[in-house]
Design a binder for this molecule. Structure first.
Ligand SMILES: N[C@@H](CCC[C@H](N)C(=O)O)C(=O)O
Length: 278
């Protein structure tokens, strides 16, 4: 089994080329690959499969499907950093040309824009604002906004300490009736005009050093708070995460995410590796 390792602002992935859909990415195989001690180590797996071979209904008209899995082996609808790394992989492998084209995801077609090297940008679609919510982190409650980016988010404002001082060793608590499928929890603070710092505890992966869908949800939450005071605050937002910097652009129609997407290594999983039989 071939693999490539990549990351977007240190949100890292094992990329599995599986053009004709021959692999069975069972939850235990995915979890074994993502294991940082006994496996390769990653926040998730990106399986690269031709859309027509993916066996998923109604993925739309794109040549490639991003089959995204969280580190615990669970399926998620969308991954904003993942789709940018996926696009970089396709260009690097000669499977797509630099330019602008769609990638199929479980959350619909996502249009990526990239050159032969450098940042990758993706049209993330219109964020869906679902209303207020709250999460408890290390015994303290934080209010936030529920936002769907195809996957569920709760972006909470932190004002009592820098987000870097939050204790995220344990999972945030949230209302299971509001989020029956779980939720990605973002904690953010204002750092300047249209500039926020964010940490994230991801559904299925724990704390990660970045989350693209979470960065967009956070910009939406911060913009909606600012809008209450200053009127609609569309435009470009800077989201600093533990692994670097992402740029989110909000307009009346959609949202865009831009940032680095880096391929690190490639190799072969040894046939005798116990995880491959998982
Ligand atoms: N890190 C990703 C989001 C991955 C999926 C998420 N953990 C979920 O379960 O919804 C991103 O960059 O968006």
């Amino acid at each position: 089994m071939r693999f490539v390792k990549g990351h977007g602002t240190q949100n890292d992935f094992v990329i599995l080329p599986d053009h004709e859909g021959d692999l069975d990415p069972s939850p235990s195989l995915v979890a074994a690959l993502c294991d940082r001690r006994a496996g390769i180590g990653a926040d998730g797996v990106l399986r690269v499969v031709r859309t027509k071979a993916a066996g998923e209904p109604a993925l739309g008209d794109a040549e490639w499907f991003m089959d995204y899995r969280n580190a615990d082996g669970g399926v998620a609808e969308m991954c904003g950093n993942g789709v940018r790394v996926f696009a970089r992989y396709l260009v690097d492998a000669g499977l797509a040309a630099p330019g602008e084209w769609d990638i199929a995801t479980r959350a619909g077609l996502k249009r990526v824009t990239l050159g032969a090297s450098g940042d990758v940008s993706v049209d993330m679609g219109p964020p869906e604002v679902l209303g207020d919510g709250s999460a408890v982190v290390a015994g303290r409650a934080y209010d936030g906004l529920r936002v769907s980016m195809g996957n569920p988010h709760l972006a909470c404002l932190v004002t009592d300490r820098p987000v870097t001082a939050l204790d995220l060793t344990g999972a945030p608590r949230f209302d299971r009736e509001v989020f029956p499928d779980g939720v990605n929890v973002e904690l953010y603070q204002a750092l300047g005009e249209r500039h926020v710092g964010m940490r994230v505890y991801e559904r299925g992966s724990g704390e990660t050093r970045s989350c693209g869908t979470g960065a967009v949800a956070t910009a939406v939450a911060a913009a909606s708070l600012s809008a209450a005071e200053d009127g609609p605050l569309m435009g470009e937002w800077t989201v600093d995460v533990l692994g670097g910097r992402l740029t989110v652009t909000l307009d009346e129609r959609t949202s865009h995410l831009r940032g680095p997407a880096v391929l690190v290594a490639e190799g072969e999983i040894r046939p005798g590796w116990p995880g491959a039989r998982a």
